[in-house]
Design a protein around this ligand. Sequence first.
Ligand code: KG4
Ligand code: ZN
Length: 340
Amino acid sequence: MEEKDVLILAIESSCDETSAAVIRNGREVLSNIVASQVKSHMRFGGVVPEVASRHHVEQITQILEAALLKAEVTMDAVDAVAVTEGPGLVGSLLIGVSAAKAVAFAHQKPLIATNHIAGHIYANQLIQPMEFPLLALVVSGGHTELIYMPEDGVFEVIGETRDDAAGEAYDKIGRVLGLPYPGGKVLDEMAHEGEETLDFPRAMLQEDNYDFSFSGLKSAVINTIHNARQKGDDLDPYHVATSFQAAVVDVLVGKTIRAAKEKGVKQLLLAGGVAANRGLRTALAAAVQEELPGVELVIPPLNLCGDNAAMIGAAAYVQYKKQEFASLKLNARPGLSLES
Ligand code: KG4
Ligand code: ZN
């Protein structure tokens, strides 16, 4: 007998995107509505938590309705309501958590509390079935982590940044160069126009661990820009972008390939907002082809790299199968870890 389809209504509001999605069987996207607040935060050069919460409140009801409408389903057909519990900004998370609890209670559906980072990893499940053991490189505005997964729903963080996340370094350097927030996307585009004329540090690349550090690189780049400005030297921002990106990509790719080799994984997944980076995607694909024969590399399409609720629905499906439901007392957990 064929198993019944499972429909999950998922909500994501951990930072500056309000999103709702309907996912069938953890793999099929029936709808994925994302309202970005980027324009509102641009004039401040970064996410302002109070502004973010207010936007989430204003958007959430309409986004939920739009997700159901686009998927052409009513709440009767939905089997569970999933929401990002953490990590993220507490005020932002709370809006999603409160909305999810209200919908689950009103329609008497089970509630699923999902980890945002697990969501980024499971975005890959929406394009290619995951095969274990696997290694995921999660690179976003708040995280840079290497995660080993021996099986579905089990996460071992084998390496992480000791200071700044890769996306954070992009955004800070973007700000110093006077680029609009968030700087990552623009710097990536500029990196393809310049040349690697500056030699920036590749922190921890040779060290015998899987950790990262980007604050030294960030300071080196910012100091180079400030020194040139003080001396009135001409510094081509395109060359800065190319040289900075080369350093970031070298470290991310170098450490990831070594970890994948040592762990003997079947699949390598790229995840998080910085997974949209063209330089990183290209370099990782080339390195996998050369150094990891037989390992399948999966990279999400651009619309699934940034924050979205479809990825939360994909991760929540694993919890649904295990009947891992949350109570209506669920609270936001801004510092939630993957291994807890
Ligand atoms: O995953 P995400 O949407 O939010 C977090 O959970 O942090 O990631 C946002 C981050 C920002 O730092 C943004 O600058 C960066 O992803 N980003 C990029 C690119 N597109 C977005 N960084 C480098 N290159 C890109 N093409
Ligand atoms: Zn994210």
